[in-house]
Design a protein around this ligand. Sequence first.
Ligand SMILES: [Zn+2]
Length: 383
Amino acid sequence: MRKCPICECENRKVIFDINFANDKKVLHGLPEKNHISICENCGFAYACNEANQANYDNYYKNNNNYVEDRQLKLIDNAENIFVPMMARYINANSHIIDIGYGDGSLLKSLKNRGFNYLYGLDTGNDSADDLRKDGIECYDQSIFDEIDDSLEKAFDIVISTCVGEHVFDLQGFIENQLKILKDDGIIIMEVPAVEGFNKVYFPLPNYFNLEHINYFSLQGLDNLFIVNGMERINSAEETIAINTVGEYMLCGVYRKGNAVNITKDDISEKIISEYYTNVKKQKNNNEGKIASFIEKNGDFVLWGCGSYAMQMLVEHEDWKNKIAYAIDNNSKIQKNGFCGFDVFSPQKLKEKPFPVLICSMNNSADIIKEIEKMNIDISYVSI
Ligand SMILES: [Zn+2]
């Protein structure tokens, strides 16, 4: 079983379990259950399971479409929060590498702001050729793959945004970044903040899903760097920010520092327990809505094939016989299907109309607009 990824303590308290749809095309070798746990030593919140880092590397090489709105988050954070704060620590000659650069929006944004030495590290990324045309060097590898000698201590800044919450081996993640970081370099790491879980409500799979397996508070993030001999150099106030979808994010800036001991995180357990109570309350409301929708309409179309839908399918076995087909805008999901259902673009609704159950964490309003625009006479409900 996974030990605490920060302090390696094996003693933990489970707050709740999450089950995922047992679909090989979705799981790609990841376990179908995560125990959301609190480390009894350092207080860090993490998903405990039987996997290892190689399982996650393999998963991301094959498939990375199952966290909804991934791109939206990256663009939002890079442009509005991250870059202006980061600009204080870099200059035009800084060698900057973005670990797991996703759609490349952060690198492009830095390029537009006059930074010249930009690099990205990611596996099987479709954006690589596009970025190369802009003079950004892209390496097709993970931070866990062996690195070329030329990259050792080559960078002034190592950045990762929305990556740390996905990493099984957090120690290895930081150790490998230190190998490519100059001795006086800095590491900037951005992740969702536990501090926000109970402030703005999002459905459970927004924070706890197949891919998100670490839940950082500021103390948790600090502790990860403290055990690696580093200290935070930006203030707590500027580390925690809210992005435009209302999610609280942490963006810590770290450099090599004096050895200090970790401080126990005493807020994560409390906040996550509170949040989970809220989730159960919200779920009760939703169940009533779903039951009357199905009673009235019978068979329906599921719109949204992300982690939220995945979790709802696990909880509603009866949906299997009621879903006519699914809709998602992501072409890869349309190609692969989702949990045994055929997936189409929204246009399918015009050819084959059905009532629509909208299952999206952040895009419900846009989906409703899209349905209204189609001008077809169907009922829909958003959960
Ligand atoms: Zn721990």
